[in-house]
Design a protein around this ligand. Sequence first.
Ligand SMILES: *Cc1c(COP(=O)(O)O)cnc(C)c1O
Length: 399
Amino acid sequence: MSKYRMRTAAIHAGESADPLTGASTPNLVLANSFVVSEPQGFSINSFEDERPFIYTRWDNPTVKVLEEKLAVLENAEDCLCFASGMAATTAVLHGTLNPGDHVVVSDVHYAGAAELIRSLKQSMNVDSTPVDTTDLHSVERAIRPGSTKLIWIETPSNPLLRVTDIRAVAEIASSSGALLAVDSTVATPIATRPIELGADFVVHSLSKYIGGHGDAIGGAVVGASNLLQSLRTVERIYFGGVLSPFNAWLIARGAATLPVRMKFHSDNALQIAEFLSHHPKVDKVLYPGLSNHPGHELARRQMTCFSSLLSFSVANGAIMASRMAEELDIIHYAVSLGSYRSLIYWLPTDEMLSTAFLLDDRLAAKYRESAGDGIFRLAVGLEDPDDLCEELDRVLSVV
Ligand SMILES: *Cc1c(COP(=O)(O)O)cnc(C)c1O
């Protein structure tokens, strides 16, 4: 753990004044190759751990600033950045699974990862079992002793905001010889530090809260150095999905204000979740910060704030979605989350079930039960919450 507290670490970890110029903010080093002071090998296999910067696909000083910052914030030994959250996801899956292995995975979570994990059957002969990871017995039952090598959870999950008990799933993983990966994009290290709870890998889309400004795309895997070592060689250097130094610079700049932004994101989201809960046009609101959320008690234990992703449903959601796309002003009708700007998007249940999740009948019925014909996913930004409530009220109240 850093010797400093979170707000200080977010600003200072990984950074120091430039010894050459005295520049107090991190340099943006766009060079793809570096002059070395003595001849160096040419293959990654010929290098020791301590090597100079040689080529940016291997290591880059600006990317390293961000990696050190994220490792400190997650209280982990090491961090590897990738070109996107999906590249980070791919790195963990490909780096831990071999043909014939089995993975246990949350039944409803980020659609891209859900689709990718299902596709592993064909591409790598890796079987997956989707389970409701809030139900620990289902997780235990899904384990295939000897062949389950990875448990993949996302908490809180996008878009249904399910909260999974990381410590309990970590115990199941370690007692069955599987590794645990946690997609903690929605929580961020400000709310939850999965490594401290026993996770082996933390995966982030840096395109969301950590970058925070709706601009750069990036991803990260955080964990113990020995686990990240093979990802560093194969997944990063050979597959080559590296983070651009420019994006690393933008994301590190965003990460410096993450603790402060998360506080306002969470405060805003709680106010809006409460407002929507009492709105006559709204059927149901899902937000871990609400006391009626099924994961609320766990969220209070596992999270220090509730982040700002929420979902809600209304009657005739598809019609309301068109109205929102036309009439919203400060809330942008757009995908993604974690920006300082509020973003809303309609996720129709039929489409989610036929493309993203491909659940079996029982799990599909369960999804339909929580989502109805669809849900609005609202990623609450940093605007004044009264303005956000007024705008939602204006659009929701049109008859
Ligand atoms: C966006 C997102 C991803 C994918 O990240 P990209 O940076 O878009 O590739 C993965 N997991 C979650 C929870 C996300 O929200």
